[in-house]
Design a protein around this ligand. Structure first.
Ligand code: PGA
Length: 300
């Protein structure tokens, strides 16, 4: 059966009007053009859809069955058109965001504001460390990622939008917590609680220690920022974390920030997507929103 949408439209008009002439008027076609479309449709289905008795046109049983299906098809097409139109707007559609675990401390705030502006957008937020995030990008899972500086050679369009200062934290009663301009070499006897490998914070910390030719005498490795913070609060050691992860604890004086020479390690946050990926209007709007928010915070 080779049936075209046009044939179904013409058929539906004739079936509704029960007149070739009125259907032709409605569709701005000539009457022979309407007859031709119906003939072609009848020959495709192998049955007569109408019968003409005197001047009146009647639908055959095949015509009635065909009409039911034609109406369903037209309804589905209408819905498809409406949904496509919606996807052209920024206020709906799906947005898959993946963020580095450290970003999560402010990503939820960003999302709360964005969803107030675009309440019908369906958002999924995936939180993983840097390495897992890069794998997700490789697999083309997220629309947009928020992460530390992407590695060179990755096929990514990325723009930086906000500072990410890494600081050293200690328990407030640590002997050095009141000292100024502490040199790293004063910390050789300290234990450092460090992030799991694959974490961007960990990579930046190691690079910083290498530059300063510093190696802590002992390290304890832990997964995620929360466990690191709790361990430092419990007195297990010192740690380097993003300032975004400890704003509350610093304000409540549950942790203190050590004044280390050469710190904070200044990094930037990036918003990115795979190069060549067709961003939906919703994803484009979110990307622009993140860039604007970053600028706003820098100015504030
Ligand atoms: P992470 O943060 O340490 O949670 O992976 C990402 C980054 O700093 O690049």
């Amino acid at each position: 059966m080779h049936i075209t949408i046009r044939q179904l439209q013409v058929f539906e008009a004739v079936a509704r009007q029960l007149s070739y002439t009125r259907a032709a008027e409605e569709l701005h076609l000539t009457q022979p053009a309407v007859s031709m479309q119906i003939k072609q449709l009848e020959s495709s289905v192998g049955l007569s859809l109408f019968e003409q008795l005197g001047k009146r046109v009647f639908m055959t049983q095949a015509g009635e069955t065909m009409l039911r299906h034609a109406e369903t098809i037209m309804r589905h097409l209408g819905t498809a058109r409406e949904e496509m139109d919606e996807l052209k707007g920024v206020d709906s559609g799906r947005l898959r965001i993946a963020v580095a675990s450290t970003v999560n401390y402010f990503a939820t705030r960003l999302l709360a504001t964005f969803t107030r502006l675009h309440p019908s957008v369906q958002i999924t937020l995936d939180v993983t460390n840097r390495e897992a995030l890069l794998q997700k990008l490789e697999d083309n899972q997220p629309d947009i990622v928020l992460m530390g500086k992407p590695p060179k050679g990755l096929d990514l369009d990325a723009d930086d939008f906000m500072d990410n200062p890494l600081i050293m934290i200690a328990r407030p009663d640590h002997s050095l917590s009141k000292h100024r301009s502490i040199a790293l070499k004063e910390l050789t006897e300290e234990t450092f609680v460090v992030r799991e490998s694959g974490s961007g914070t960990r990579i930046a910390m190691e690079r910083f220690f290498d530059q300063k030719s510093f190696a802590p005498s002992a390290t304890i490795e832990m997964t995620g920022n929360e466990t690191i913070k709790q361990s430092v609060e419990a007195g297990l050691g010192l740690a380097i974390v993003s300032v975004h992860t400890v704003e509350l604890e610093l304000a409540l004086e549950r942790l203190s920030r050590l004044d280390i020479r050469g710190m904070p390690i200044m990094r930037r946050w990036y918003v990115g997507h795979r190069r060549g990926k067709r961003l939906s209007p919703t994803a484009q709007a979110f990307r622009q929103f993140v860039l604007d928010e970053g600028t706003r915070q820098a100015v504030a």
